[in-house]
Design a protein around this ligand. Structure first.
Ligand code: NDP
Length: 324
């Protein structure tokens, strides 16, 4: 039987942003409900060692960190519901009953006085079986997270946008050699970034190349190379590398919110500068769904905290912390 849930604050999404919003909201006695979505824990559940989340002197595991956040959120009074929000009626503001109305895949209805959207984003992948198989063995979509593990080694970055060029430059701080593999003969990254890349002696660009396969060896299997195809001649070649960073863009999980709050052309939710308010009063967005630049667990957690504080002020009728 579908149920109707009422709450002062509904968090949508169970990544660092969502859990942090829930922790702050619960401690402010807002009795939050957090709807987890399909991948509770978010992107950190597909990473292994995490060394850049403050507070842990030794490396921790991404899935473990998310488990801790979930337990903490529940411990302080969050109600977790394993469902996927499929419909949201936000754009006209709260209904006559004072609540925003949302619906889950289960048929349950969620009536919330405020909503924090924290549905995250996902890295785009090449779609190769070998890329998926080696995600725990040297294939990554985040140089800031995993670059450190390649000190003195050789890595490949795939892509030609700002992310790929920035990641390649970042990786030169760790790796001895960075191969950039791009399917065309020109980058779309900003000119200044390109100039920095071309000036860096550790970086070699392979134009007109597509990755056909990520090669692995050993037990447990780790990356040992990539097989490339020349997009002009069709010839294949093998490049020995220790790690592969796929940087071909991200997709925000905007789902049912796309036409309910203002989004940019790629579907990222637009929030006010320095805050988490969206185009709809009472609806806030936190984490990667509104951040295409930093994309870190700690920045997502930070904006989750901000969203909860702003929601609390909104409910209490206190003026917003920031102005649009
Ligand atoms: P982009 O969409 O800009 O670039 C993606 C790149 O990956 C393109 O070069 C594209 O090739 C390539 N690509 C896409 N799909 C495939 C595929 N299947 N196989 C091989 N290559 C592929 O994504 P970014 O993440 O780089 O940037 C997203 C947005 O975020 C941009 O607006 C960017 O400017 C912004 N950004 C800004 C930053 C900053 O200001 N510091 C930092 C990072 C991002 P092709 O060129 O042939 O289409």
């Amino acid at each position: 039987m579908p149920e109707i849930h009422h709450t002062d604050l509904l968090v949508v999404g169970a990544g660092p942003a969502g859990y942090t919003a829930a922790i702050y909201a619960a401690r402010a006695s807002l009795k939050p409900i957090l709807v987890t979505g399909l991948q509770p824990g978010g992107q950190l559940t597909i990473t292994t060692d995490v060394e850049n989340y403050p507070g842990f002197a030794a490396p921790i595991q991404g899935p473990w960190l998310m488990e801790q956040m979930r337990e903490q959120a529940e411990h302080v009074g969050t109600r977790l519901i394993y469902d996927l929000i499929t419909e949201a009626d936000l754009k006209n503001g709260p209904a006559a009953d004072g609540y925003f109305h949302l619906k889950g895949d289960s048929g349950d209805e969620f009536l919330a006085r405020t909503v924090v959207i924290a549905t995250g984003a996902q890295a785009k992948w090449l779609g190769l079986e070998s890329e998926k198989r080696l995600q725990a063995g040297g294939v990554s979509a985040c140089a800031t997270c995993d670059g450190f593990f390649y000190r003195g080694k050789t890595v490949a970055v795939v892509g030609g946008g700002n992310t790929a060029v920035e990641e390649a430059l970042y990786l030169t701080h760790h790796a001895d050699k960075v191969h950039v593999i791009h399917r065309r003969d020109g980058f779309r990254a900003e000119r200044i970034l390109q100039e920095r890349l071309f000036a860096n002696p550790k970086i070699e660009v392979h134009w007109n190349r597509a990755v056909e396969e990520v090669l692995g060896a050993g037990t447990p299997e780790v990356v040992c190379g990539v097989r490339l195809k020349n997009t002009q001649t069709g010839e294949s070649e093998t490049l020995p590398v220790d790690g592969v960073f796929v940087a071909i863009g991200h997709s925000p999980n905007t789902g049912p919110f796309r036409h309910e709050v203002a989004c940019d052309e790629d579907g990222y939710i637009i929030t006010e500068a320095g805050g988490t308010r969206t185009s709809v009063e009472g609806v806030f967005a936190a984490g990667d769904i509104q951040d295409r630049i930093y994309r870190q667990a700690v920045t997502a957690a930070g904006t989750g905290c901000m969203a909860a504080l702003e929601a609390e002020r909104y409910i209490s009728g206190i003026p917003a912390m920031t102005k649009t």
